[in-house]
Design a protein around this ligand. Structure first.
Ligand code: RNT
Ligand code: ZN
Length: 416
């Protein structure tokens, strides 16, 4: 079937495929740098374990070990992924030159200058994350620690990250979403649940007292239900994070990671709930299997539903980022499959006759609503996707994996 034939099929549903393709080209999606090196970064001992309840499993060969390797790997992935991209960096990916090193509370914009150059040359925007984990100063708490010296260190880290985010946004001429997430919590039943939350709230207040232009820097608060080693209590729970964002709407926005809820909850439904109150929200799209396992994003039902809600509620109101890390398969393939799947889900959502679906619901015509939603599932989506890839100058399905295999043979397999 040709693109024109597929387009005609969608036209019969009242959907214009050309318009969908054009809109998708404008929607930024943030590609997380941490899939390339199992969330290790460059500022701490590469052999120290990850902390804060996040974990990568698998030891597939070829992990990026240096900024040069990570950039080279990203370059391969960027060429295989269609659409408008931002790069999502963590503070731990600071690049130190000439033997210099700075601890996290002393990080400066200059430590990210090579990343700015990288983004400028490729026309990317950039998002940023303070790194409140995998560091000797986690005691193991960070922003909620009862130890004032620990807490001060991490507040200073957060403030440094605001300055870096402002720099990234100014340099690249695009807003920088700066996400605050900590793994603070307890393995077992706490004796005091309030103290850590009060300290966390005060710490975020202090971080956000650092001056920034809210049009350029968008601080987010990401919640979480639990993590490995912090099963009993998470300081930044859903209610905590959402309340913080709600009471500080002039300073920050909420961030939902779809791995951070009980397995029967769905983020797709939470998107319009939050957007009924917040002008803007942010998302981490991942794939949780029974827990926050951070598997590669698939073109599955919930990813499609999340994208349908993004499109219906207004793509300009949702800051979309990917957040997963699989160390058991080729990392470039993991990156590419997940990014392409998110693009597919967005395209699929843009190809829905949303006005008509809404009218059927409002007219209480649930019979036809079901028929239409089901028939749309077998509309010739693949041809529209191929056309989108063609227009973006990236390989279609079936034509990109060779590049990854070749790169694995030439480059990744030679890494120690
Ligand atoms: C962890 C959070 C957090 C991290 C990244 C690396 O559970 O999802 O967003 O995955 O910051
Ligand atoms: Zn996340």
């Amino acid at each position: 079937m040709s693109y024109q034939d597929a387009k005609a099929k969608y036209a019969a549903f009242g959907v214009d495929a050309d318009t969908a393709i054009e809109r998708l080209k404008t929607i930024p999606v943030s590609l997380h740098c941490w899939q390339g090196d199992d969330v290790r970064g460059f500022d701490t001992d590469p052999n120290a374990p990850l902390t804060g309840g996040i974990q990568t499993t698998g030891n597939y060969p070829g992990r990026a070990r240096t900024p040069q390797e990570l950039m080279a790997d990203l370059d391969v992935v960027l060429k295989l992924c269609p659409g408008r991209k931002k790069l999502n960096l963590h503070a731990s990916y600071a690049i130190f030159e000439d033997g210099e090193w700075a601890d996290r509370d002393k990080l400066e914009p200059k430590h990210f200058a090579p990343w700015v150059k990288f983004c400028k040359e490729r026309g990317l925007g950039c998002d940023f994350n303070p790194t409140f984990f995998s560091h000797p100063k986690c005691d193991p708490l960070t922003l909620s620690s009862p130890n004032e010296e620990t807490r001060r260190f991490w507040i200073d880290h957060g403030k440094a990250c605001i300055r870096i985010s402002q720099y990234l946004a100014e340099q690249l001429g695009q807003p920088c979403v700066m996400n605050i997430w900590t793994g603070d919590g307890f393995k077992d039943i706490p004796g005091d649940r309030m103290g850590p939350r009060e300290r966390y709230r005060d710490s975020i207040d202090q971080i956000l007292s650092e001056p920034y232009d809210f049009q350029l820097v968008k601080p987010c608060i990401e919640s979480k239900v639990f993590g490995i080693g912090v099963e009993a209590y998470t300081v930044g729970s859903a209610e905590f994070a959402l309340s913080y964002a709600a009471f500080n709407r002039d300073k920050c926005i909420p961030l939902m990671d779809n791995g951070h809820y009980h397995p029967t909850e769905v983020v797709s439904d939470k998107i319009p709930a939050l957007l009924a109150f917040f002008p803007e929200i942010a998302l981490h799209v991942t794939r949780p299997i029974r827990w926050d396992s951070d598997h590669v994003v698939l073109f599955d039902d919930e990813t499609k539903e999340i994208c349908r809600e993004i499109v219906r509620c207004g793509v300009e109101r949702v800051n979309i980022a990917l957040d997963y890390f699989d160390a058991s398969i080729n990392r470039l393939s993991a990156w590419t499959v997940g990014f392409r799947n998110l693009q597919k889900a967005l395209l699929f959502a843009l190809l829905q006759p949303n006005e008509e679906l809404k009218a059927l619901q409002d007219g209480d015509n649930w019979t036809k609503l079901m028929v239409l939603q089901e028939e749309l599932k077998t509309a010739p989506f693949g041809e529209i996707w191929d056309e989108y890839c063609r227009q973006c100058g990236v390989p279609a399905d079936g034509q990109w994996f060779d590049t990854v295999e070749q790169y694995e043979a030439d480059v990744l397999s030679k890494r120690g």
